[in-house]
Design a protein around this ligand. Structure first.
Ligand code: GP9
Length: 413
């Protein structure tokens, strides 16, 4: 009933964009290489410490890529697995637990399954135990041909929990090279995992006064991952895959550092409530198109649920009939009224940031102007969005919890 109506209305929004936007189908049959970065937040992008760039490789990549600087993670208790679900199935996480562990026997309209209908191979790469987050089971459900977990890799660069990202990326590309094209490859990095302590020889950034703190270790870890991204891009170029692929990466969730002082010291300014919310939720989305086109910084709001619809749009694959929440971000004109909804009912759009109160009382919730973060005395600017956000979460919960995707298809056919 209600969920069906909600998803079909959202499908119509995507269909409208597909029809009018010149980028729809611009990269038909390109390979898709999607990278999910562990605990990678956007506040480090483009920053320097002691004169040294924290993310020199990403900064360089920007010259030929699209960078979305108002892109947000939408994860909840399922952390890395929620980000994976959001980006690959365009659905919200559940209020508790992880969809990967609780509902791996339900059906989803995933990126892998959709692309396979269009002749793609689909593989997933993550150099850790295949059972973690119930991936072995969930990746079958999501429709991958193969899951290259830890046992598929030579541990020639032991780092943190497992294999270092540099070697992980190199080995993943050497597998991709042998695969039939077009393919979809999804990679999940790991080296920047909490608590971020990398061995001294891997710490190549002078973090000054942050040395020996978790925040300093985080900057070092992010700097290592940035170098690994440099390696990955070089490997993709020498494998001849770079200009035959849409390459995207995004951060999965925040770094769980609870104290705001180091953030303020690092950024050199005080952070108000709205700043903090944006920083906590802000993760990078970088999209490189095969022909280097449309490079630049894009400031419309977007979130992880938009990743698969964005890819399908560029490939020219219609998604109006798919049970997905997101909308394409790489378009000539940003979608008017775009809203990014978070699990607790918070949302961000181009006008406001809404945060529900911890005690659940509507009169304690807060509505900020998204332009300058000032608290709006009159919260009516948020009211319509609050109701819409609730509807999105309810529709998603019905689909995930009651396994409604098969019924949605039956209805459409
Ligand atoms: C491990 C990993 C980490 O396989 O992806 O998950 P997290 O602890 O960040 O949710």
């Amino acid at each position: 009933g209600e969920a069906k109506q909600w998803f079909s209305a959202r499908g119509q929004v995507r269909a409208g964009l597909d029809k009018t936007d010149p980028l729809f189908g611009q990269y038909k049959e390109a390979n898709v290489i999607l990278l999910q970065l562990e605990a990678f937040q956007s506040f480090v992008i483009g920053q320097r410490i002691g004169g040294q760039e924290v993310t020199p490789n990403i900064n360089k990549l920007m010259a030929t890529s699209l960078y979305f600087d108002h892109f947000y993670h939408q994860t909840a208790q399922g952390r890395t697995s929620d980000a994976d679900l959001a980006a690959n199935a365009s659905l919200q996480p559940m209020p508790s637990g992880s969809v990967f562990t609780r509902f791996a026997d339900h059906s989803y309209d995933s990126m892998a399954l959709t692309l396979k209908d269009y002749g793609y191979m689909a593989n997933v790469f993550h150099a850790y135990d295949g059972g973690f987050w119930n991936r072995n089971i969930m990746y079958d459900t999501l429709g991958y041909d193969q899951f290259f977990s830890k046992k598929a890799f030579v541990i020639d660069e032991p780092l943190g929990w497992s294999l270092g990202d540099k070697s992980f990326f190199k080995q993943s590309v050497s597998i991709m090279k042998t695969q039939r094209q077009p393919f979809y490859s999804f990679m999940i990095s790991l080296s920047s995992h909490h608590p971020y302590t990398l061995p001294a020889k891997v710490q190549t950034l002078d973090v000054g006064k942050f040395k020996g703190t978790m925040f300093g270790d985080y900057l070092e870890a992010v700097h290592y991952v940035d170098a690994a991204i440099g390696v990955l891009v070089d490997e993709l170029k020498s494998a001849g895959l770079w200009n035959r692929s849409i390459f995207l990466f995004y951060g999965d969730h925040d770094n769980s550092i609870p104290d705001w002082q180091p953030f303020e010291d690092f950024l050199g300014r005080q952070l108000d409530e709205a700043d903090r919310f944006r920083i906590l939720k802000g993760v990078p989305l970088v999209v490189h198109l095969p022909d280097d086109a449309h490079a630049g910084t894009y400031s419309q709001a977007g979130g992880q649920l938009d990743v698969t619809p964005t890819v399908l749009h560029l490939l020219g694959i219609p998604s109006s009939g798919l049970t997905m929440i997101g909308t394409p971000l790489v378009t000539k004109q940003p979608l008017a009224g775009k809203r990014v909804v978070f699990r607790n009912g918070a949302f961000i759009d181009d006008r406001v940031i809404y945060m529900p109160a911890e005690d659940g009382l509507e009169e304690h919730s807060k509505c900020y102007a998204s332009t300058d973060g000032r608290l709006l005395a009159d919260s009516s600017a948020c009211a319509a969005g609050v109701a819409e956000a609730r509807k999105e979460l309810e529709a998603s919960d019905l689909v995930v919890g009651h396994d409604l995707v098969p019924a949605m298809h039956a209805k459409r056919e």
